[in-house]
Design a protein around this ligand. Structure first.
Ligand SMILES: [Zn+2]
Length: 120
């Protein structure tokens, strides 16, 4: 007879975050990266089906630091894997595993579209 190795495991629902959205925003600085918070949202949604808890994790992802990636130190282009030469600018040995920079200024307005199409 095969022993159940997970007999002592607690239900996955106990792993769901119980903090309020306000508390989760305050705690977002403690998340290692946005990718980890997105993974937690997927795990919570899959394991518990708790959409509210998953959305809380997605909100944390929005406030968390960006994931690290292979970034060219010369031009800032991201690469899927390390390589000696940057495919964008051709710099040698400038690609390193660093955090992606965050956008400094938020988008405040969408570009305006004329109400009437130009007449020919
Ligand atoms: Zn480059």
């Amino acid at each position: 007879m095969r022993a159940n190795r997970h007999a002592g495991c607690r239900p996955a629902s106990t792993a769901a975050p119980t903090a309020s959205p306000t508390a989760s925003t305050a705690a977002a600085g403690g998340i290692a990266s946005a990718g980890i918070a997105r993974l937690m949202a997927e795990i919570v949604e899959t394991e518990t089906g708790d959409g509210a808890a998953a959305r809380t994790w997605l909100a944390r992802a929005a406030d968390a630091p960006a994931d690290a990636a292979w970034i060219c130190g010369a031009c800032g282009t991201g690469h899927a894997r390390w390589q000696a030469l940057c495919g964008q600018c051709g710099a040698f040995d400038r690609i390193g595993w660093t955090a992606r920079p965050r956008v400094a200024e938020p988008v405040t307005a969408l570009p305006t579209v004329p109400e009437k199409p130009p007449t020919a």
